[in-house]
Design a protein around this ligand. Structure first.
Ligand code: SF4
Length: 386
Protein backbone atom coordinates (compact mmCIF):
# COMPACT_ATOMS: atom_id res chain seq x y z
CA UNK A 1 0.00 0.00 0.00
CA UNK A 2 1.30 3.51 -0.80
CA UNK A 3 2.15 5.70 2.14
CA UNK A 4 0.47 9.02 1.50
CA UNK A 5 2.30 12.23 2.21
CA UNK A 6 0.44 14.16 4.94
CA UNK A 7 -0.93 16.93 2.72
CA UNK A 8 -3.74 17.77 5.15
CA UNK A 9 -1.17 18.43 7.84
CA UNK A 10 0.71 20.69 5.42
CA UNK A 11 -2.47 22.59 4.61
CA UNK A 12 -3.15 23.12 8.30
CA UNK A 13 0.18 24.96 8.62
CA UNK A 14 -1.11 28.05 6.88
CA UNK A 15 -4.82 27.55 7.55
CA UNK A 16 -4.84 29.22 10.92
CA UNK A 17 -3.47 32.54 12.05
CA UNK A 18 -0.92 31.31 14.58
CA UNK A 19 2.07 31.43 12.15
CA UNK A 20 3.47 28.79 14.49
CA UNK A 21 6.47 27.93 12.32
CA UNK A 22 7.56 31.53 12.03
CA UNK A 23 7.27 31.97 15.79
CA UNK A 24 9.23 28.75 16.32
CA UNK A 25 12.02 30.10 14.07
CA UNK A 26 11.94 33.35 15.97
CA UNK A 27 12.27 31.55 19.30
CA UNK A 28 15.25 29.60 17.96
CA UNK A 29 16.90 32.74 16.55
CA UNK A 30 16.34 35.45 19.17
CA UNK A 31 18.50 37.92 17.23
CA UNK A 32 17.11 36.91 13.84
CA UNK A 33 14.92 39.20 11.76
CA UNK A 34 11.72 38.20 10.00
CA UNK A 35 10.89 39.93 6.72
CA UNK A 36 7.49 39.56 5.09
CA UNK A 37 7.14 39.55 1.32
CA UNK A 38 4.12 40.50 -0.73
CA UNK A 39 3.47 38.63 -4.00
CA UNK A 40 4.34 38.16 -6.76
CA UNK A 41 8.14 37.91 -6.71
CA UNK A 42 10.68 39.20 -4.22
CA UNK A 43 14.32 37.96 -4.25
CA UNK A 44 14.09 35.88 -1.08
CA UNK A 45 17.71 34.88 -1.67
CA UNK A 46 18.84 38.32 -0.56
CA UNK A 47 16.77 38.19 2.64
CA UNK A 48 18.11 34.70 3.36
CA UNK A 49 21.69 35.83 2.76
CA UNK A 50 21.16 38.52 5.39
CA UNK A 51 20.44 35.76 7.93
CA UNK A 52 16.76 36.74 8.09
CA UNK A 53 13.68 34.58 7.50
CA UNK A 54 11.64 35.56 4.43
CA UNK A 55 7.93 34.92 5.04
CA UNK A 56 5.57 34.89 2.07
CA UNK A 57 2.28 36.61 2.95
CA UNK A 58 -0.80 35.82 0.88
CA UNK A 59 -3.65 37.49 2.73
CA UNK A 60 -5.94 35.87 5.27
CA UNK A 61 -8.17 33.67 3.14
CA UNK A 62 -11.46 33.02 4.89
CA UNK A 63 -9.97 33.44 8.35
CA UNK A 64 -10.83 37.01 9.32
CA UNK A 65 -13.42 39.67 8.59
CA UNK A 66 -12.20 43.08 7.52
CA UNK A 67 -12.82 45.54 10.36
CA UNK A 68 -9.92 48.00 10.39
CA UNK A 69 -8.30 47.83 6.95
CA UNK A 70 -11.27 49.44 5.17
CA UNK A 71 -10.67 52.62 7.14
CA UNK A 72 -7.23 52.89 5.56
CA UNK A 73 -7.76 51.60 2.03
CA UNK A 74 -10.61 51.84 -0.41
CA UNK A 75 -13.01 48.90 -0.28
CA UNK A 76 -13.18 48.27 -4.04
CA UNK A 77 -9.77 46.66 -4.27
CA UNK A 78 -8.65 43.04 -4.23
CA UNK A 79 -9.03 41.02 -1.02
CA UNK A 80 -5.35 40.18 -0.55
CA UNK A 81 -4.35 43.82 0.00
CA UNK A 82 -7.14 44.42 2.50
CA UNK A 83 -6.76 41.17 4.43
CA UNK A 84 -2.95 41.40 4.59
CA UNK A 85 -3.30 44.85 6.10
CA UNK A 86 -6.01 43.57 8.45
CA UNK A 87 -3.64 40.82 9.65
CA UNK A 88 -1.07 43.47 10.46
CA UNK A 89 -3.49 45.85 12.14
CA UNK A 90 -4.89 43.10 14.35
CA UNK A 91 -1.44 42.05 15.51
CA UNK A 92 -1.23 38.65 13.82
CA UNK A 93 2.02 39.69 12.12
CA UNK A 94 3.69 41.08 15.22
CA UNK A 95 6.77 38.94 14.46
CA UNK A 96 7.64 41.05 11.40
CA UNK A 97 10.69 43.29 11.41
CA UNK A 98 10.19 44.38 7.84
CA UNK A 99 8.10 44.07 4.69
CA UNK A 100 9.08 44.08 1.02
CA UNK A 101 6.53 45.02 -1.64
CA UNK A 102 7.34 44.58 -5.35
CA UNK A 103 6.00 47.09 -7.86
CA UNK A 104 3.27 44.91 -9.36
CA UNK A 105 0.32 47.31 -9.42
CA UNK A 106 -1.11 50.50 -7.93
CA UNK A 107 -2.73 48.58 -5.10
CA UNK A 108 0.58 47.10 -3.95
CA UNK A 109 2.19 50.52 -4.25
CA UNK A 110 -0.52 52.10 -2.07
CA UNK A 111 -0.34 49.26 0.41
CA UNK A 112 3.39 49.75 0.90
CA UNK A 113 2.79 53.41 1.80
CA UNK A 114 -0.10 52.58 4.12
CA UNK A 115 2.04 49.87 5.71
CA UNK A 116 4.94 52.23 6.38
CA UNK A 117 2.59 54.72 7.98
CA UNK A 118 0.79 52.19 10.18
CA UNK A 119 3.82 50.16 11.23
CA UNK A 120 6.49 52.80 11.79
CA UNK A 121 8.78 50.41 13.66
CA UNK A 122 9.08 48.13 10.65
CA UNK A 123 11.50 48.52 7.78
CA UNK A 124 9.36 48.82 4.64
CA UNK A 125 10.93 48.46 1.21
CA UNK A 126 9.13 49.12 -2.07
CA UNK A 127 11.04 47.41 -4.86
CA UNK A 128 10.83 49.09 -8.27
CA UNK A 129 11.03 46.36 -10.89
CA UNK A 130 12.02 47.36 -14.45
CA UNK A 131 9.03 48.04 -16.70
CA UNK A 132 10.87 47.23 -19.90
CA UNK A 133 13.11 44.14 -19.64
CA UNK A 134 14.33 44.69 -23.21
CA UNK A 135 15.81 48.12 -22.50
CA UNK A 136 19.61 48.27 -22.40
CA UNK A 137 19.21 50.12 -19.11
CA UNK A 138 17.20 47.32 -17.50
CA UNK A 139 20.11 45.30 -16.09
CA UNK A 140 22.00 48.22 -14.49
CA UNK A 141 18.71 49.62 -13.20
CA UNK A 142 17.74 46.31 -11.61
CA UNK A 143 21.23 45.80 -10.18
CA UNK A 144 20.99 49.24 -8.55
CA UNK A 145 17.58 48.39 -7.13
CA UNK A 146 18.81 45.06 -5.73
CA UNK A 147 21.80 46.81 -4.17
CA UNK A 148 19.38 49.22 -2.50
CA UNK A 149 17.58 46.16 -1.10
CA UNK A 150 20.90 44.72 0.10
CA UNK A 151 21.74 47.98 1.90
CA UNK A 152 18.32 48.12 3.53
CA UNK A 153 18.64 44.57 4.80
CA UNK A 154 22.16 45.21 6.06
CA UNK A 155 20.87 48.17 8.05
CA UNK A 156 18.00 46.08 9.41
CA UNK A 157 20.10 43.08 10.46
CA UNK A 158 23.25 44.96 11.33
CA UNK A 159 25.40 42.55 9.35
CA UNK A 160 26.90 42.77 5.87
CA UNK A 161 25.70 40.49 3.07
CA UNK A 162 28.81 38.96 1.52
CA UNK A 163 28.95 37.78 -2.09
CA UNK A 164 29.70 34.30 -0.82
CA UNK A 165 26.61 34.25 1.43
CA UNK A 166 24.43 35.44 -1.44
CA UNK A 167 25.85 32.80 -3.79
CA UNK A 168 25.06 30.12 -1.21
CA UNK A 169 21.51 31.44 -0.79
CA UNK A 170 21.01 31.49 -4.57
CA UNK A 171 22.11 27.84 -4.69
CA UNK A 172 19.54 26.89 -2.05
CA UNK A 173 16.75 28.70 -3.88
CA UNK A 174 17.88 27.20 -7.18
CA UNK A 175 17.45 23.78 -5.60
CA UNK A 176 14.03 24.87 -4.32
CA UNK A 177 12.94 25.98 -7.80
CA UNK A 178 14.30 22.77 -9.31
CA UNK A 179 12.23 20.67 -6.89
CA UNK A 180 9.09 22.71 -7.55
CA UNK A 181 9.67 22.49 -11.30
CA UNK A 182 9.92 18.70 -10.88
CA UNK A 183 6.51 18.70 -9.21
CA UNK A 184 5.09 20.65 -12.12
CA UNK A 185 6.80 18.41 -14.64
CA UNK A 186 5.08 15.42 -13.04
CA UNK A 187 1.75 17.25 -13.17
CA UNK A 188 2.20 18.00 -16.85
CA UNK A 189 3.36 14.52 -17.83
CA UNK A 190 1.21 12.40 -15.51
CA UNK A 191 -1.51 14.63 -14.09
CA UNK A 192 -3.23 11.75 -12.30
CA UNK A 193 -0.15 11.28 -10.14
CA UNK A 194 -0.37 14.62 -8.36
CA UNK A 195 -3.35 16.90 -7.83
CA UNK A 196 -3.22 20.68 -7.97
CA UNK A 197 -4.37 20.86 -4.33
CA UNK A 198 -1.44 18.68 -3.27
CA UNK A 199 1.03 20.68 -5.33
CA UNK A 200 -0.34 23.87 -3.89
CA UNK A 201 -0.07 22.58 -0.30
CA UNK A 202 3.52 21.56 -0.87
CA UNK A 203 4.62 24.82 -2.45
CA UNK A 204 2.70 27.04 -0.05
CA UNK A 205 4.30 25.30 2.94
CA UNK A 206 7.55 26.90 1.82
CA UNK A 207 6.25 30.40 2.45
CA UNK A 208 6.58 30.00 6.23
CA UNK A 209 9.70 27.90 6.74
CA UNK A 210 13.40 28.23 5.90
CA UNK A 211 14.28 27.16 2.38
CA UNK A 212 16.55 24.38 3.67
CA UNK A 213 13.58 22.82 5.47
CA UNK A 214 11.34 23.26 2.45
CA UNK A 215 13.87 21.53 0.21
CA UNK A 216 13.88 18.52 2.53
CA UNK A 217 10.08 18.49 2.60
CA UNK A 218 9.82 18.61 -1.19
CA UNK A 219 12.42 15.88 -1.62
CA UNK A 220 10.55 13.59 0.74
CA UNK A 221 7.20 14.32 -0.91
CA UNK A 222 8.60 13.71 -4.40
CA UNK A 223 9.80 10.27 -3.30
CA UNK A 224 6.28 9.35 -2.19
CA UNK A 225 4.63 10.85 -5.29
CA UNK A 226 6.93 9.03 -7.70
CA UNK A 227 6.15 5.70 -6.01
CA UNK A 228 2.38 5.99 -6.27
CA UNK A 229 0.07 3.65 -8.15
CA UNK A 230 -1.74 5.82 -10.65
CA UNK A 231 -5.05 5.40 -12.46
CA UNK A 232 -5.70 7.81 -15.30
CA UNK A 233 -9.24 8.93 -15.92
CA UNK A 234 -10.51 9.41 -19.46
CA UNK A 235 -13.38 11.75 -18.59
CA UNK A 236 -11.11 14.69 -17.91
CA UNK A 237 -9.78 17.51 -20.02
CA UNK A 238 -6.22 18.79 -20.08
CA UNK A 239 -6.48 22.34 -18.73
CA UNK A 240 -4.25 25.31 -18.03
CA UNK A 241 -5.08 27.63 -15.13
CA UNK A 242 -4.05 31.29 -15.47
CA UNK A 243 -4.66 34.54 -13.59
CA UNK A 244 -4.08 33.59 -9.92
CA UNK A 245 -0.52 34.86 -9.74
CA UNK A 246 -1.06 37.19 -6.75
CA UNK A 247 -4.19 36.73 -4.65
CA UNK A 248 -4.75 33.03 -4.15
CA UNK A 249 -8.09 31.31 -4.66
CA UNK A 250 -9.51 29.20 -1.81
CA UNK A 251 -8.26 25.62 -1.79
CA UNK A 252 -11.85 24.40 -2.23
CA UNK A 253 -12.01 26.40 -5.46
CA UNK A 254 -9.04 24.42 -6.83
CA UNK A 255 -10.55 21.19 -5.58
CA UNK A 256 -13.81 21.95 -7.43
CA UNK A 257 -11.95 22.58 -10.71
CA UNK A 258 -10.37 19.16 -10.50
CA UNK A 259 -13.51 17.38 -9.33
CA UNK A 260 -15.49 18.96 -12.17
CA UNK A 261 -13.26 17.18 -14.67
CA UNK A 262 -9.97 19.01 -15.18
CA UNK A 263 -6.44 17.77 -15.10
CA UNK A 264 -4.66 21.07 -14.46
CA UNK A 265 -1.30 20.65 -16.18
CA UNK A 266 0.10 24.02 -15.18
CA UNK A 267 -0.99 27.12 -13.31
CA UNK A 268 0.42 30.38 -12.00
CA UNK A 269 -0.49 29.85 -8.34
CA UNK A 270 2.32 31.03 -6.03
CA UNK A 271 4.29 31.61 -9.20
CA UNK A 272 6.91 33.70 -7.39
CA UNK A 273 8.24 30.48 -5.86
CA UNK A 274 9.35 29.31 -9.32
CA UNK A 275 9.62 32.62 -11.11
CA UNK A 276 12.85 31.88 -12.94
CA UNK A 277 12.34 29.41 -15.77
CA UNK A 278 16.04 28.80 -16.23
CA UNK A 279 19.03 28.55 -13.92
CA UNK A 280 20.47 31.74 -12.46
CA UNK A 281 23.50 32.39 -14.70
CA UNK A 282 26.95 32.07 -13.14
CA UNK A 283 28.43 35.51 -12.53
CA UNK A 284 31.15 36.96 -10.41
CA UNK A 285 28.64 39.36 -8.95
CA UNK A 286 25.64 37.41 -7.55
CA UNK A 287 23.51 40.58 -7.45
CA UNK A 288 23.98 40.98 -11.18
CA UNK A 289 23.21 37.28 -11.66
CA UNK A 290 19.85 37.73 -9.93
CA UNK A 291 19.05 40.81 -12.01
CA UNK A 292 19.85 38.98 -15.25
CA UNK A 293 17.80 35.95 -14.16
CA UNK A 294 14.75 38.15 -13.50
CA UNK A 295 15.05 39.96 -16.79
CA UNK A 296 16.02 37.05 -19.06
CA UNK A 297 14.22 34.07 -17.55
CA UNK A 298 11.48 35.59 -15.40
CA UNK A 299 8.14 33.97 -16.02
CA UNK A 300 5.86 35.79 -18.42
CA UNK A 301 2.90 37.01 -16.35
CA UNK A 302 0.50 39.92 -16.26
CA UNK A 303 2.79 41.80 -13.87
CA UNK A 304 6.07 41.26 -15.72
CA UNK A 305 5.22 43.22 -18.75
CA UNK A 306 7.41 42.77 -21.79
CA UNK A 307 4.97 43.91 -24.44
CA UNK A 308 1.70 42.40 -25.70
CA UNK A 309 3.27 40.42 -28.55
CA UNK A 310 5.80 38.64 -26.33
CA UNK A 311 3.24 38.04 -23.60
CA UNK A 312 0.79 36.42 -26.05
CA UNK A 313 3.49 34.38 -27.75
CA UNK A 314 4.86 33.03 -24.45
CA UNK A 315 1.37 32.06 -23.34
CA UNK A 316 0.42 30.38 -26.64
CA UNK A 317 3.71 28.49 -26.61
CA UNK A 318 2.79 27.07 -23.21
CA UNK A 319 -0.69 26.14 -24.46
CA UNK A 320 0.83 24.31 -27.44
CA UNK A 321 3.61 22.62 -25.48
CA UNK A 322 1.20 21.23 -22.88
CA UNK A 323 -1.36 20.25 -25.55
CA UNK A 324 -4.19 21.63 -23.45
CA UNK A 325 -7.84 21.18 -24.37
CA UNK A 326 -8.89 24.41 -22.72
CA UNK A 327 -7.78 27.34 -20.59
CA UNK A 328 -9.42 28.45 -17.35
CA UNK A 329 -8.78 32.07 -16.42
CA UNK A 330 -9.34 32.46 -12.68
CA UNK A 331 -8.62 35.89 -11.34
CA UNK A 332 -9.27 37.77 -8.13
CA UNK A 333 -12.11 40.26 -8.04
CA UNK A 334 -10.81 43.81 -8.65
CA UNK A 335 -7.41 42.59 -9.89
CA UNK A 336 -6.76 44.97 -12.80
CA UNK A 337 -3.51 43.37 -14.08
CA UNK A 338 -5.21 39.96 -14.38
CA UNK A 339 -8.27 41.40 -16.11
CA UNK A 340 -6.23 43.35 -18.68
CA UNK A 341 -4.19 40.23 -19.32
CA UNK A 342 -7.31 38.13 -19.80
CA UNK A 343 -8.65 40.45 -22.51
CA UNK A 344 -5.34 40.24 -24.38
CA UNK A 345 -5.00 36.45 -24.15
CA UNK A 346 -8.64 35.53 -24.71
CA UNK A 347 -8.76 37.16 -28.12
CA UNK A 348 -5.71 35.24 -29.34
CA UNK A 349 -6.90 31.97 -27.83
CA UNK A 350 -10.18 32.29 -29.67
CA UNK A 351 -8.33 32.91 -32.92
CA UNK A 352 -6.24 29.81 -32.22
CA UNK A 353 -9.42 27.77 -31.59
CA UNK A 354 -8.62 27.02 -27.93
CA UNK A 355 -11.73 27.12 -25.69
CA UNK A 356 -11.51 29.18 -22.53
CA UNK A 357 -13.58 29.87 -19.45
CA UNK A 358 -13.29 32.85 -17.12
CA UNK A 359 -14.00 32.65 -13.39
CA UNK A 360 -13.71 35.29 -10.71
CA UNK A 361 -12.90 34.47 -7.12
CA UNK A 362 -12.53 36.15 -3.76
CA UNK A 363 -10.54 35.02 -0.75
CA UNK A 364 -13.64 34.72 1.37
CA UNK A 365 -15.64 32.71 -1.11
CA UNK A 366 -17.34 29.80 0.63
CA UNK A 367 -19.86 28.42 -1.87
CA UNK A 368 -18.68 26.82 -5.06
CA UNK A 369 -21.78 25.34 -6.72
CA UNK A 370 -21.86 28.01 -9.44
CA UNK A 371 -18.16 27.44 -10.20
CA UNK A 372 -18.69 23.69 -10.31
CA UNK A 373 -21.61 24.05 -12.75
CA UNK A 374 -19.64 26.37 -15.03
CA UNK A 375 -16.61 24.10 -15.10
CA UNK A 376 -18.66 20.94 -15.64
CA UNK A 377 -20.40 22.58 -18.59
CA UNK A 378 -17.05 23.72 -19.97
CA UNK A 379 -15.58 20.22 -19.61
CA UNK A 380 -18.60 18.57 -21.24
CA UNK A 381 -18.55 21.03 -24.14
CA UNK A 382 -14.96 19.99 -24.84
CA UNK A 383 -15.37 16.27 -24.25
CA UNK A 384 -18.54 15.85 -26.26
CA UNK A 385 -18.61 18.61 -28.86
CA UNK A 386 -15.01 19.36 -29.81
S1 SF4 B 1 -4.43 40.81 -6.64
FE1 SF4 B 1 -4.03 42.06 -8.46
S2 SF4 B 1 -4.65 44.13 -7.91
FE2 SF4 B 1 -4.40 42.97 -6.00
S3 SF4 B 1 -2.33 43.39 -5.31
FE3 SF4 B 1 -2.28 41.53 -6.53
S4 SF4 B 1 -1.79 42.17 -8.66
FE4 SF4 B 1 -2.44 43.99 -7.49
Amino acid sequence: MNRRFPFEELRDRWSDLSFAEVRRWRAQHPDGKVVGTFPVWVPAEVIHAAGALPVGLYGAGTLIDIEYADARMQSFICSIARSTLELGLRGYLDFLDGMVFPSICDVARNLSGVWARNFPRQWVFYMHLPENPESRHAVPYMVAELRRLVRGLEDLTGRPISAEALRRSIELYEENRRLIRTLYHIKAEEPARLSTCETYALVRAGSLIPVEEHNRLLTEALGEIQGRDVHHRRDRIRALLEGSFCEQPPLDFLWVLEEAGCYILDDDLLVGRRFFEAAVPPAEDPVEALAVAYLRSGRSTAIRYDGPARRVEAFLERVRRLRVDGVIFAYAKFCDPAQFDYVLLKERLEKAGVPCLVLEFEEKMTTFEAVQNQVETFVESILFYS
